[in-house]
Structures are given as C-alpha cells and as structure tokens.
Design a binder for this molecule. Structure first.
Ligand code: WTA
Length: 567
C-alpha cells in the first residue's frame, strides 16, 4: 500500500495539520530544518540508522549514521558561531557533492544561518553575482574551487570567511581563509540549535529569469512541512527505503528532496559524487540496493540512448518507485522506462520558487504518459487566462499554471527584490510562468515556458546573463541568446552574434567565445552553437527580438512582426 493511498480521497480530506501533527509541530513552536533532519531523528530512537551512503568518483564510499549527522552538523554549526557568524547571515556552500555539502547544509541551518548552495561548476562571474547580491558572509569550499573564489574576493568586502574543508597545508592560506576539517574538529557536544521559527529564512537558491540578474528565491524553515509530506506522498518514502536523488544541491531539487525530504522522514539516502555514465548509475543502484530513484528527463533520455541492453546487465530488482523532475518528461521516456525497468517514471512538476512539488503523478494513480499529473494534496492549482488571470474551467485550453498562495514551502521573497516578487502574484494566484492545459480528467499537460528562459538538461539559464557576459568579449558587438531544440537536453544554448568591426567569424573565434562563457558562467551556459550574423532583429525601440530567432530554431510560426525594425 502506498503512503498516499487513494489520491482523490487524500486530496479531498488533506490539510497541512496532518503533516504538522506527524512532525509534532504546533504553530508558534520553534522549527529548525537542521534539527528536524538530524537531532530529532536520533531522539526518535533511530540514531544508529544509516543516514548517508556516499560514493566518490573513484568508487570510495563513506557511511554516516543519524548520530553522526547530528554530531557533525553541530560541530560545523559551532565552528561557524566561533567565527562570529550569527543567525540570518548567509553562508554559501560551494562544494562538489561531498559529505560536507550535505552535513554542512544542516550545520548552517542549525546555527540559524541562511544556506546558500551554489553549483560547484559555476565560473567566477556566476559566483560573484550571487555572492554580491546576497551579501554573503562566508563560503565553504574545497581546494579545487578556491581559485575561483580568490579571483573575485577583492570585490566582495562582505565575504569575511572562506572556509576550506580539505586543506593539505602544502600552501599557506591567504587573508580571510581558514581551514576546517569536519572529521578532525573537536566534536561539539550539547550544541544549542538556534531557535528559528516558521518564518525564519532558511535557504536561498538563485534562479534565472528573462531579464536582470539571477534572483535569490528565499525560503523559510516552515517549508519543511511541505517537503516532509510530499516526500511521503509523492516519493512514497518509507522507513526501510534506500533513496537516491540524482540532483546536485546547487539546485532546489538537490536540497528540498536531496537533503530535507528523506532525512526529515528518517530515511537513508545515498549520493554519487561522479559524472553521469549509464553503467556507473546502474551499478550504484545495484550495489546500494536503491529502492526509490528521483531523477530528471535528460538523464532518462541519456539512459535511453544507451539502450535497454546496458540496463539488462545489472540487477536493479531493489527499485520500487521512480520519479522525475525538471523538464517535460516525454511519453516515449515514460513508456521506455516501464519496458526497461518494469517501473514507470512518475513525472513531478514544481520550481525553485514553489520549494516543494506542486503537480505530480502518484503511486497507484493512473498515469497518462506525457502528463505532469494532478495537484499535490494541500495545494490548489489551476490554469489561468494569459491576459485576465481568471481560472480557465474548460478542458484543453492553454493557460498559465497558477497556485493559490499558502502552501508551506512557497518562497517568501526574492532577496532584495520585493518588486519582482510581488509581480509574480496576480488576481490572488501565484503565477508559475509556465503554460499548460488541463484535460477532462483533471490531468495537467505542459506546453512550454511563458518567458525566454532556457531549460537545458533540467537547468534554467537566463539569456540575459549570457548576453551580458558575451558583451565582455572583445569581438562581440551584440548578441541574442535562445534555446535550440536538442534530443537529449531538451534545449541547448544558441548564441547569435554580430561582431565588432575588425573581427571575422572563424572556428577559432567560435571556440574562443564558447570557452569564454564556460569559464565565466558555467558549462551549462556555454553556447553549443554560435551563428555569426550581420545584425539582429530589433523592435522599433531597439529591443532585440529573441522571440523571432527562437521561433526559427523551433520551426514555429514567427508571429506578429509588425513592431520589427526592418519590416
Ligand atoms: C520546468 C526545478 C515540465 C518548468 C524543480 C519550471 C518542468 C522550471 C517540470 C523550474 C516538469 C520543472 N515538466 N517542466 N515536470 N518540472 N519544469 O526552478 O519550466 O530549476 O518552471 O526547479 O522547470 O525549474 P527550477
């Protein structure tokens, strides 16, 4: 029997008090995610249970019990306090998927800090933008990434501490740098967790929009209520599960469901800190006896590309439930997974801003391949008219996905940007910025984003950020960046570039520009294709018409061009 039981009945009868009761939380109590994911599980008598099974890129493994999770996260929290950090301070985690990332995340929350995870493949500029905007006080990082931090530190006066978790003492540390080893530090005994309450800030995840710099979606400790409950109902997490979320905690899936979901339920989770390879993933499932697997369409399509034969070489009989998030999960991938693993990937839809799952497929509910499913118990959603924001009641009509504010994990602001935050709410609904339709049975069907943000392999990248970075290249006069269709990654970045006088298009220049963006921003933001053009289509007011360029890439109708310069 699944945790959710009959979806329709659960949806009708559910309210968030159910989750609060299970978590023994009453309105007004202190609530600290770090404490709930570690110390509380020990208090429930599960201290000896394995919390984390970690495997590195050369196959080395480490295991941590909930007792260790509790003690090590307190040790980190106490170290941060000793540095002078206090509640409300932003502490960034700029790490590969090493144990310190997961345990450090809890540590930051336990001392009342705001955890700001940053994807470790970020280049200097991506890093700088986010640290500067958040006024981050400390960054926890490792040797291999410290070079990127050192390059930008002079522009970041508020960044007072750079904490190095794997110092080998071979080179002297520089100003503001300090070494800290989680395993070698004197364990903190009897650490007093900071008494955060429901609305205390917890996590800050940066996400890209169409215009302007990336925005920090600010979450609160109360989000735990949603994250705990959806892990139970949607992921179907149970006491004896071995849960594997493949997402990197640099992105929201990797924290909400790669740290908080399983641990707040007292369930074992595993982490593979290695790049993608079908064989290694299957071997990991076989060896660790993974039972629940939460992944993404791009990964599933990559596994599909390698074929069923590869999957058949491994014993993955431990698996019992599969879920996916981040991009549209195409019907073929759903059907292939059923044929290959004997289990169907359940699509789930949500966002950095929503903090927890919103529209999902549930165990036991009929799956329509290609549909995102139905709203999560406790969450009211609909699609609203593109102009009036009135809910659309007729099936099959495309509108904007909207959710009634009030679910516990909803973001509470964009950091220092209340204006943009407020603009996301219309007619009493939070507008997600995606288009979809609902069929006669209440299933949601994703249509596309309502903006120019590019979704590449489940990661959002903002065209504006890339265009701004391109302008810093000596050869670029102007550029427009759009998503281009890709069979595996759904979209990849394509840049249209007009060169400055004196520069000529060439393969060398092409590579040089690609590399420039990869280093500055990240491998995700790097254009996979560059098209050199003489000029870019613009509106009469001089705004570059990305829409036209995008439509061409997708073979779509170009639409109204009456505002174009050269019409
Ligand atoms: C897209 C990731 C189709 C969507 C948790 C959304 C999806 C954005 C799905 C959020 C899905 C996420 N089907 N599209 N199941 N899940 N998306 O903030 O455009 O990194 O708005 O959060 O990804 O991406 P974010």
């Amino acid at each position: 029997m699944s945790n959710i039981g009959n979806y329709d009945e659960r949806y009708k009868s559910f309210n968030w008090d159910v989750a609060k009761k299970e978590l023994e939380y009453k309105d007004g109590d202190t609530i600290n995610i770090g404490e709930y994911c570690s110390d509380r599980i020990c208090r429930l008598g599960k201290g000896e249970k394995t919390a984390l099974i970690w495997q590195g890129n050369v196959g080395q493994t480490k295991k941590y019990s909930f007792n260790e999770l509790s003690s090590l996260s307190s040790t980190i929290a106490s170290f941060l306090n000793e540095l002078g950090l206090k509640n409300g301070d932003r502490v960034s985690l700029f790490l590969d998927k090493v144990p310190e990332l997961y345990i450090g995340f809890l540590g930051v929350l336990k001392m009342g800090g705001v955890a700001q995870p940053l994807f470790s493949a970020f280049g200097g500029e991506s890093l700088h933008t986010r640290l500067e905007d958040a006024g981050t006080s400390a960054i926890i990082t490792q040797k291999k990434h410290i070079g990127k931090v050192r390059k930008i530190i002079n522009d970041l006066p508020e960044l007072k501490h750079i904490i190095l978790i794997d110092d080998d003492k071979k080179k002297p540390l520089r100003e503001r740098e300090i070494a800290f080893s989680m395993e070698e530090a004197t364990p903190a005994t009897d650490y007093k967790v900071y008494k955060t309450t429901a609305e205390s800030p917890s996590v800050l995840h940066y996400t890209s929009g169409t215009t302007g710099k990336p925005k920090g979606a600010q979450h609160v400790h109360y989000s735990l209520i949603s994250q705990y409950m959806t892990s139970k109902y949607v992921l179907d997490i149970k006491e004896d599960d071995i849960y594997w979320c493949t997402a990197d905690p640099g992105w929201v899936t990797g924290t909400s469901y790669g740290i908080i979901g399983a641990w707040s339920n007292g369930v074992t989770q595993c982490v593979l800190d290695a790049g993608f390879k079908s064989e290694s993933w299957y071997k990991f499932i076989e060896e660790q006896k993974v039972t629940i697997w939460y992944s993404a369409p791009t990964a599933i399509r990559s596994l599909m590309k390698d074929g069923k034969e590869v999957a058949d070489k491994f014993n993955m009989s431990s698996l019992r439930h599969l879920c996916s998030v981040g991009e549209p999960l195409n019907a073929e991938a759903v059907i292939w997974s059923t044929e290959t693993y004997g289990l169907t990937f359940h699509d789930t839809y949500w966002q950095t801003e929503t903090g927890s799952m919103m529209i999902c497929n549930y165990p036991g509910m009929k799956i329509k391949p290609g549909s995102m499913g139905k709203p999560v118990p406790g969450v009211e959603t609909c699609v609203v008219d593109l102009k009036t924001y009135e809910p659309i009641t007729k099936p099959g009509i495309v509108g904007l996905i909207a959710a009634k504010p009030g679910w516990p994990a909803m973001f509470r602001s964009y950091w220092n940007n209340k204006e943009v935050y407020d603009s996301k709410f219309k007619n009493g609904w939070y507008i997600c910025g995606d288009r979809a339709s609902i069929d006669e049975d209440g299933y949601y069907w994703f249509v596309g984003r309502d903006d120019d943000v590019i979704n590449t392999g489940g990661h959002l990248v903002g065209p504006f950020e890339i265009e701004s970075a391109l302008l810093e290249h000596e050869a670029v006069a102007e550029s427009a960046v759009v998503g281009k269709p890709d069979p595996v990654n759904m979209e990849v970045v394509k840049a249209f570039i007009a060169l400055k006088p004196g520069f000529e298009a060439s393969d060398m220049l092409d590579l040089n520009i690609m590399n420039f963006i990869r280093k500055k921003l990240s491998p995700l933001a790097m254009p996979q294709e560059i098209e050199f053009v003489d000029s870019l289509p613009k509106t009469r007011s001089g705004k570059i018409m990305r829409r036209m360029l995008r439509a061409k890439e997708w073979g779509e109708e170009i639409g109204d061009t009456s505002t174009l310069e050269d019409d």
